[in-house]
Design a protein. Sequence first.
Length: 317
Amino acid sequence: MSADNDDLTRQWQACLEKHPATAGPGAGGAAAPDTTDLNQFRLLGLHGPDARSFLQGYVTCDMDALHADRALRGALTSIQGRVITDFLLIELEGEPAMIVHDSVVDSVQAHLRKYLMFARSKLTDLGDRYLMLGQIHQDPAPQSLDAPIAVTPRADGGLTVTEPGNRRRERLILSGEAALSIWAEAHRVPEQIWRLADIDSGIARIRQPISDEFLPQMLGLDEQAGISFSKGCYLGQEIVARAQHRGQVKRRLRRLSWQGDAAALAIGAKLQHENRNRGVLIDHAAVDGQSGRALAVLPVEAEEQQWFANGITFTVE
């Protein structure tokens, strides 16, 4: 991480301390969207003449569909077809940039470094130049998960990315100055509000405990335009395609509600039914201290409505 990155991080942390996210969801009214800090995600840019062609050989989505006004959802997969990270891919200053969770950045860099040594491109952490905020509007305005993801330029020089799902949400890619200014004046809510919207929309964000564990179809990426089955070869493509065409996807993403002690929840926890580990917790967010909603990968044929982990009861919705 560069010194400039450290400097912007310190500025952002000071801003969060001065202007904490303490408001409740929707309290700002229809005119003021809920605004949340999304800097638990990182922006990794790929620079150089081979950037697009290089990524085409390692990601599940079709790089030919990436444009300045259109983002892509997809995944970076291992040679075994397992998802190292999901991502939102945007075009930033004419080159591709991946938005991934902070906890998988080291894994992504280590994975790609093995192949980048043969390419005329370089992976760069853009955290010294950009910050991210999320805005959740009160009107539903749902957008299908497989609909095109629109990207529009902002007057302050940043980008607005329209997030799919059952709420109208936007991810703002901003300079440090613009982010600090917007945050200070915003109706600020905790990050869990964004996570609840992800969960309710069925969007799985990969964090380190579940990296390199699941086929992309198990996370619903085939239903979210996150996998191209016509683009040609990429690392892990043969296994992903075989699972799709031979009906070998035996586990799928499901939404659940939970009751219990939120402190006992852990991403990657095994969900049990009749003392058998058959599910994996993918994400969770609290509604209050004793309940919330979650995503889990469960067997396709499972008809059980209740699952258990660490004294917490999960109910399939």
